[in-house]
Design a binder for this molecule. Structure first.
Ligand SMILES: Cc1cc2nc3c(=O)[nH]c(=O)nc-3n(C[C@H](O)[C@H](O)[C@H](O)COP(=O)(O)OP(=O)(O)OC[C@H]3O[C@@H](n4cnc5c(N)ncnc54)[C@H](O)[C@@H]3O)c2cc1C
Length: 348
């Protein structure tokens, strides 16, 4: 049994704690958040702000095939984690994650944007292929869509519900959770808190998202809107390949719909801009007209942790592991990335 100390309880930190505890290791986690519960203030883990889409195929638009392959492996691991969380909490597995499909959409006038994305998706045929839908098939899957849209189904894509998964990962895991504790530094076999406590361990892990000590790490601003849309039946995540504004619309429990997301090269966490809100809402309503009568519940900004190549990095030296830079794919790739990192650290 190894003693492991983790700085950061976001997507990476909580999944590491969950996995290592289940393997019998003694885990301590430090995070400045007041507790495990859901947060919607955009001040803590980006994982809470995220849409939670698990889209290996659709993300080929933005990322190389190795990200899609990590994502595909992670989909299988998420199925397992959702089943384990269900067992631990008594809630149905579908309260944590769903694995049906997602849709790509394009207005007829945006054929150029759609053609480019579809060409990118063809780069990794082993990941899957979009299935073009005719008008009737599209309307049958999503009756709320505007007429005339073109649509493609991406079978097997999924989504997690961050506000349920993150708290459950912490609550159902026997690690020692040190909430309200900010970490000053993470070194080989040692985590030092801002209050001056030194936590000695066999392996110290830096999983502090945009706060991790990785060279050239930056924050990339992302803004999302939460809408209350009773009566707008949405059954799966949708992405609109708009010529100007990329937008996705993701259904959440309780008639809530998350619309996202901007991607701005700035570490500015200030509130959502009028421009972003206007563009995201306009594009979303163009695809789902009934959303015009939805109510804005709240808007949220957070930072994606990114490295210059926008790829994740795992750095392992004696007694020290850093995992970061998961950019816009943290939920998608974390389980497989962590599996590989722990295998490299020989923590079985
Ligand atoms: C708007 C938006 C939409 C997104 N949508 C998706 C999506 O649909 N699918 C997807 O796969 N990914 C998505 N992402 C990306 C995903 O959220 C990130 O890749 C992921 O959260 C990164 O995980 P992480 O654990 O490295 O960082 P985080 O989740 O940010 O967690 C970092 C943790 O470290 C803690 N911390 C920071 N500093 C310290 C310190 N000094 N001491 C101790 N703890 C500290 C923080 O409080 C936080 O809890 C989205 C991100 C954003 C912003």
């Amino acid at each position: 049994m190894a003693r492991v100390a983790i700085a950061g309880a976001g997507v990476v930190g909580r999944l590491l704690a969950w996995t290592l505890s289940r393997r019998g290791h003694a885990v301590t986690v430090f995070d400045p958040a007041p507790g495990a519960g859901p947060a919607a203030d955009g001040k803590g883990a980006a994982g809470f702000t995220a849409a939670g889409m698990l889209s290996p195929l659709a993300e080929l638009e933005h990322a190389p095939p190795e990200i899609a392959r990590l994502g595909l492996r992670s989909l299988g691991l998420w199925r397992q984690i959702a089943a384990e969380l269900s067992q631990a909490t008594g809630e149905a597995a579908c309260a944590f994650a769903r694995f049906d499909d997602s849709l790509l959409l394009a207005h007829p006038g945006d054929g150029g944007a759609a053609a480019r994305v579809l060409a990118r998706l063809a780069l990794a045929p082993d990941i899957g292929a979009p299935e073009a839908l005719n008008t009737q098939a599209l309307a049958a899957l999503e009756p709320s869509l505007a007429p005339g849209l073109n649509g493609w189904r991406l079978a097997g894509e999924g989504q997690v519900f961050p506000q349920r998964v993150l708290p459950a990962l912490a609550e159902a895991c026997p690690a020692s959770w040190r909430w309200g504790e900010r970490v000053e530094s993470v070194g080989p076999g040692c985590v030092l808190t801002v209050s001056g406590e030194r936590c000695a361990c066999d392996l110290a892990i830096d999983a502090r998202g945009v706060g991790a000590a990785l060279a050239n790490l930056r924050g990339v601003r992302g803004e999302v809107l939460w809408l209350y849309a009773p009566g707008v039946a949405l059954n799966r995540p949708l992405r609109l390949m708009h010529a100007r504004h990329r937008v996705y619309v993701v259904p959440r429990p309780g008639d809530v719909v998350v619309v996202g997301a901007s991607e701005i090269e700035s570490a500015d966490r200030s509130p959502v801009s009028v421009r972003t809100a206007f563009e995201l809402m306009g594009a979303a309503v163009s695809a789902i007209p009934a959303l015009a009568e939805a109510r804005v519940l709240h808007m949220e900004t957070n930072l994606r942790p990114a490295l210059p190549d926008n790829l994740p990095r795992v750095e392992l030296t004696d007694g020290l592991l850093r995992v970061g830079g998961l950019f816009r794919h943290g939920w998608l790739i974390a389980p497989a990335l962590i599996e590989d990192a722990l295998a490299a650290a020989a923590l079985h």
